[in-house]
Design a protein around this ligand. Structure first.
Ligand SMILES: *Cc1c(COP(=O)(O)O)cnc(C)c1O
Length: 359
């Protein structure tokens, strides 16, 4: 068996140890004689899996007692509507920082429900930086302030958080959750689709401060109401059972790796392998510079479309797959989530050096 290095932005690589464990337990989970996929979500065996998963997430992320963890479906994209439906029920206003397509989608969806203000945008330079924020522009009575913490497509991340005072800060953390420690108390709500750094597609994790629950608009569909899911322990309907189980295994793996500070250290070393090469190469160049650089998604270009295509094709033949950049940026993008081993980054750079020498 030979496994490739998958640089996809998502769905992405999972730790090999997790996949092996899942395969060992595929036919008979823990002596139950059934697969987790076949289990009733109301069974005590399955309840133990969800409870352990939530406890691990709380421990690893240091989530305070006054926050609920919800295991939902619908992807991060459903949250773009769910957040305004649940939270935009005071002044009916919200602030947004437009740092890319996902942030813009969150803004576009929220605009259907209330008065949304763009505080800053980096669209002028293809979202290759995090814009400066001026606190005087913030809406003092906004129901929330939304950012996308790590911008998957453009490879930027916020290196400091806006000070929004009493206005709840909400962040899409789809592509950076579990990559480094995060101070949950700075946020009213965090959300993430699982398929980048947590598990398989189909599971969406929402971490929400309790006082923000129970304010949904009357028109909010039952399935879109945080209160319904919070009161039912994410079991109002059938949750994404297998995805939750895999997340539990991923969390155990992170614990064995030393938790989020160890993940951060490893992710910084991995990213440095690639950025250090990009900063010295005569052929390849990173599209983002300085402190705005993402640890998880690294876009780069040669400046020549034909050369980019040649690189992507030859890389694939060598087992470095899904390295083509997003269509809105072009070039290449290496997504190096937690499960990408450092050898994957080192081997990619060795191949880039070889390609540069030959071309
Ligand atoms: C992938 C991604 C999304 C979309 O996630 P879905 O689960 O496909 O809806 C949203 N935001 C960010 C930052 C992402 O990386």
């Amino acid at each position: 068996m030979s496994r490739v290095y998958n640089f996809s932005a998502g769905p992405a690589m999972l730790p090999e140890a997790v996949l092996k464990r899942a395969s060992e337990e595929m036919l008979d989970y823990n002596g139950t004689g059934e697969s987790v996929m076949e289990m009733s979500h109301r069974s005590k065996e399955y309840q133990a899996i969800v409870d352990a998963c939530e406890a691990s997430l709380r421990e690893i992320m240091n989530i305070p007692e006054n926050y609920k963890v919800l295991f939902l479906q619908g992807g991060a994209s459903s949250q773009f509507a769910m957040i305004p439906l649940n939270l935009m029920n005071g002044s009916g206003k919200a602030d947004f920082v437009i740092t890319g397509q996902w942030a813009n989608k969150a803004y576009g969806e929220a605009k259907r429900y209330g008065e949304c203000k763009v505080i800053a945008s980096s669209k002028d330079k293809t979202f290759s930086y995090i814009p400066e924020l001026n606190k005087a522009d913030f809406t003092p009575d906004a129901d929330y302030f939304h950012i996308c913490l790590n911008n998957t497509i453009y490879g930027t991340k916020f290196s400091s958080l806006p000070d929004t005072g009493n206005v709840p800060l909400i962040a899409d953390v789809s592509s950076c959750i579990l990559s480094e420690p995060i101070d949950v108390t700075k946020f009213g709500l965090l959300y993430a689709g699982a398929q980048k750094n947590m598990g398989p597609a189909g599971l969406t994790v929402v971490i929400v401060r309790e006082d923000l629950i129970g304010k949904a608009r009357d028109i909010t569909p039952t399935m879109f109401n945080y209160q319904i899911h919070a009161e039912n322990g994410s079991m109002y309907n059938t949750p994404p059972t297998y995805g939750i189980y895999i997340l539990g295994l991923v969390l155990s793996w992170i614990k064995e790796m030393g938790g989020l500070s160890a993940m951060k250290d490893l992710n910084e070393r991995k990213a440095a392998v690639i950025y250090d090469f990009l900063d010295t190469s005569k052929m390849f160049k990173a599209t983002v510079s300085g402190s705005d650089r993402s640890l998880m998604n690294i876009p780069f270009i040669t400046g020549n479309d034909d050369l980019d295509s040649k690189f992507v094709k030859e890389a694939k033949a060598k087992g470095f797959i899904n390295i083509k950049g997003h269509r809105s940026v072009g070039g290449m993008r290496a997504s190096i989530y937690n499960a990408m081993p450092i050898e994957g980054c080192e081997k990619l750079v060795a191949f880039m050096k070889e390609f540069e020498a030959n071309n």
